[in-house]
Design a protein around this ligand. Structure first.
Ligand SMILES: C[S@@+](CC[C@H](N)C(=O)[O-])C[C@H]1O[C@@H](n2cnc3c(N)ncnc32)[C@H](O)[C@@H]1O
Length: 236
C-alpha cells in the first residue's frame, strides 16, 4: 500500500474527514492517511502522531518522500499528547483495538476541546468505543462496516451532541454491541460478521457444557447464552 492508493479501509476512513478540516491522525504508522488527504487537497494540514519509534521514522520518511513537510507535522508521542487544544478539527484513530482507542481518547480528553469530529476505526471491540462516546457526550453520526482481505472493519464517526439519540427505539446494550446504524442497515458483511461470532460462541458454549461444572463455567455459559441470543435477534 502507499499514499497514492489507500486500502479500502483507510479510504473509507478518509471519506469521513470533513473537507478543509485540520486533521490529527493518531497511530499514523506510515502516515499514508494524512499524506493521501493532504495530497488530494481535502485537508490543508495534518499532524501524524506515533508512539513507536519504527512507525514514527516511517511516517517521517513518507512525508519527506512526498514533499509534504510543509503541510504534515510528524510528532512522536502517546495518543493525543501530540496535539494542542484547539489545534485540529478532526481526529482519526484507525487500525487498533477498541479498548486502546477508548483509552487514548480518555487520557487525551483535554485535547478534544475544539475537535468537531472523531473518525474511529477499531479492528475489534467497537463496543468499547461506543461506550466511551456515550459516556463523554459524543453522538454517533455514521457507522460503516466493510470487508477487506478477509477481515471485517467498522468505522465509527462521532460529533459532539446527544449521545443517546442514535440508540432511541433500540435496546441500548444491543446498540452498543452491534452499532445502532449497522444494526438498522444489517448489510451482508454485518450478517457475516455476527454469524461467525455467534458460531464461535456456540462452539465455546459446547466445550463449556462438556467440561466439569463449577461457578465459573456456569457464569461463563450464561454470558455466552445471553450473547448468542443477542446475536440471533440482531440477525433476524
Ligand atoms: C496497526 S497500526 C495502524 C496504522 C494506521 N493508523 C492504519 O490504520 O493503517 C497501529 C499504530 O498505532 C500506533 N499506536 C499504538 N498505540 C498508540 C498510542 N497510544 N499513541 C500513538 N500511536 C499509537 C502503533 O505504534 C502503530 O503504528
Amino acid at each position: 500500500m502507499n499514499a497514492e492508493k489507500l486500502s479500502d479501509r483507510l479510504n473509507a476512513v478518509a471519506n469521513y474527514i470533513p473537507k478543509g478540516a485540520r486533521l490529527a491522525d493518531i497511530g499514523s504508522d506510515h502516515a499514508y492517511l494524512p499524506c493521501y488527504v493532504v495530497k488530494k487537497g481535502a485537508v490543508p494540514m495534518a499532524v501524524a502522531g506515533e508512539v513507536a519509534n519504527g512507525p514514527y521514522q516511517s511516517a517521517l520518511e513518507q512525508v519527506q518522500e512526498e514533499n509534504l513537510t510543509q503541510q504534515i507535522i510528524v510528532r512522536k508521542g502517546d495518543g493525543l499528547e501530540v496535539i494542542e487544544p484547539g489545534e485540529v478539527d478532526c481526529i482519526t484513530i484507525a487500525g487498533m483495538g477498541g479498548t486502546l482507542i477508548s483509552s487514548i481518547l480518555e487520557k487525551g480528553k483535554s485535547k478534544l476541546q475544539g475537535v468537531s469530529r472523531l473518525v474511529l476505526q477499531p479492528n475489534v471491540g467497537s463496543f468499547a468505543v461506543r461506550r466511551w462516546l456515550i459516556e463523554n457526550g459524543w453522538e454517533l453520526a455514521a457507522e460503516e462496516i466493510l470487508k477487506e482481505d478477509g477481515k471485517v472493519y467498522e468505522i465509527l464517526v462521532a460529533e459532539k451532541g446527544e449521545p443517546l439519540i442514535p440508540y432511541q427505539h433500540i435496546n441500548l446494550e444491543n446498540g452498543i454491541l452491534f452499532g445502532p446504524f449497522l444494526l438498522k442497515e444489517k448489510t451482508a458483511v454485518f450478517k457475516e460478521k455476527w454469524n461467525a461470532e455467534k458460531n464461535n460462541w456456540q462452539r465455546i458454549l459446547l466445550q463449556l457444557q462438556e467440561a466439569a461444572q463449577n461457578e465459573d463455567t456456569v457464569s461463563k455459559r450464561q454470558e455466552l447464552e445471553r450473547k448468542i441470543k443477542m446475536a440471533e435477534e440482531a440477525l433476524r
